[in-house]
Design a protein around this ligand. Sequence first.
Ligand SMILES: [Zn+2]
Length: 319
Amino acid sequence: MNDAGGSGGSSSRASTAAGGSGGSSSRASTAAGGSGGSSSRASTAPRAGGSATPPALPAGAFDSHCHLDLIERPVEAVVADALAAGLSRMITVGCDLPSSRWAAACAAEHEPVYAAVAIHPNETAKAAAQPGGAGAVLAEIGSLAAQPQVRAVGETGLDYYRDWADPAVQRDWFRAHIAIAKAAGKALMIHDRAAHEDVLRLLEADGAPEQVVFHCFSGDEAMAKRCADAGYVMSFAGNVTFANAQQLRDAAAAAPAELILVETDAPFLTPVPHRGKPNAPAMAAYTVRCIAEVKQLDVAELCAVIAATGERVFGPWQA
Ligand SMILES: [Zn+2]
């Protein structure tokens, strides 16, 4: 997750649990900013529950990173909206032990959903204080990572923007997750916030897993080239569509198309034109179109490339 506001993992999850289904529509209306009179525009009016379905994409694209547990709507409805928008799959991502267990169970239950499991760098200090300590927590992440519907170890990495956990503690946990990904033969899904140098350094020092994805890629053109040289995949989130995000679009322009994925990080980082409203995997359609424009690729062509990259990184999807 890369929430732009002040709330992080556990506090936003707590508010999700407390908020109930009425929360999202009121949040949408307070954050909508400027789109008054939307009731007269049926095509953009939010559906009940606060989501809008964008025009459908050609087949192939998927949402490489979302948090279905934090979305204030039933998983079935969120998945149905994604399928209607042409997003055929989504990876729901854990940030601590409970949300990692939830992600694995959700993916086992819903065919288009796959899972990633890890302790988010911001959650590492808290996880270390659990009964049994880091060893017990990491052992369970390791056993979840071995499940077939779990396709990545993440989100793990380093977050030097927030100070929820000491950087040295974060680095220990990141290295442990690198080892888990390699042992399980799963992709490593990285959260890198204001920590590019240390993330790259530790990957090189410990030996990167075969498949590495930078979730919510936040680097510039030079960072994109370094990732490309190492074969790392860059997953772009809705913030690439923001007016002030030219640096991210330059990075996307520099990244080889076959190393690009698209994600929502829902419920955070809703792309333009719904910025400020609750996010959901369907919204990845806007981000795919933005990247296609940046790369000067046909949308269908980009979707086909994303589909191939997805199977290469996360393994073949079930038939
Ligand atoms: Zn995330």
